[in-house]
Ligand binder design. Structure first.
Ligand SMILES: *[C@@H]1O[C@H](CO)[C@@H](O)[C@H](O)[C@H]1NC(C)=O
Ligand SMILES: *[C@@H]1O[C@H](CO)[C@@H](O)[C@H](O)[C@H]1NC(C)=O
Length: 221
């Protein structure tokens, strides 16, 4: 390999490395930081920080979460999710991770959505699930995954799931940000108050059809 090529390779590797660092939650500067509810949160220019309680008052229970033993409340699309972040599990604060339990009734769906700040690893605890994502060239990567199988949804890409089995399905999702964000495509488009005329032109829908979509996805209507 020529020296030139080696240098280029090194530069691109360094560049990639820098991007990786910038793309994730900041590294912790202490073992852990259990937020002290009395202090609330402190807003800085870039983020809001939860001040830690004195670490000598931390207990084992601060690092245990017991709220995932059973499914959450099902919505009318047959989906129940329990997102677990530092708000409900303070022990996660500053650790750069969060997770979610998702349960799907037979035929239930998790509609297309994405997490702007995290890649997700989804482990099928039970059931058979059609799962996939769409990349930025609109190519879909989807198939049925079964109990014990894992699928990864790259950061910021639209992904979805549907229970195609004969039993309820349970998925455990792990995300590499303590605040991954969850943007649901139908609500972002039809439930956010974008001017109706624009939606008509963008989707080739009539005012009546737009109205139907808005009533379905806009919580304010
Ligand atoms: C934390 O608690 C310990 C033991 O009570 C105490 O010695 C220490 O000064 C406290 N640290 C802070 C920053 O308050
Ligand atoms: C389910 O709904 C009940 C009643 O509204 C509520 O008390 C409970 O916290 C909800 N469970 C979850 C996991 O959101």
């Amino acid at each position: 390999m020529s020296t030139m090529l080696l240098v280029l390779l090194l530069i691109s590797t360094l560049h990639l490395h820098a991007n990786l660092i910038l793309a994730s939650d900041p590294d912790p500067v202490q073992d852990f930081c259990i937020p002290n509810p009395e202090f609330g949160s402190v807003k800085t220019a870039r983020l809001s920080i939860l001040p830690c309680k004195n670490s000598s008052t931390a207990t084992t229970d601060d690092f245990v979460f017991s709220g995932l033993k059973s499914a959450g409340n099902f919505s009318d699309i047959g989906l129940a999710t329990i997102p677990v972040n530092p708000t409900v599990f303070p022990g996660l604060n500053t650790l750069g991770m969060s997770f979610v339990r998702a349960d799907l009734k037979v035929g239930g769906i998790n509609p297309p959505h994405f997490h702007p700040r995290a890649t997700e690893i989804a482990y099928v605890v039970q059931g058979r699930v059609y799962a996939g994502f769409v990349d930025s060239s609109n190519r879909v990567f989807a198939r049925v995954i079964e109990q014990g199988e894992v699928m990864v949804f790259p950061r910021g890409l639209v992904h979805f799931q549907m229970n195609v089995g004969r039993e309820p399905a349970t998925i455990f999702g792990s995300l590499n940000s303590q605040n991954p964000g969850n943007q649901k495509i139908p609500s972002a488009v039809f439930g956010s108050g974008i001017k109706e005329e624009l939606l008509q032109k963008a989707f080739g829908l009539s005012p009546k059809q737009i109205g139907t979509m808005r009533r379905r996805f806009d919580p304010k209507i």
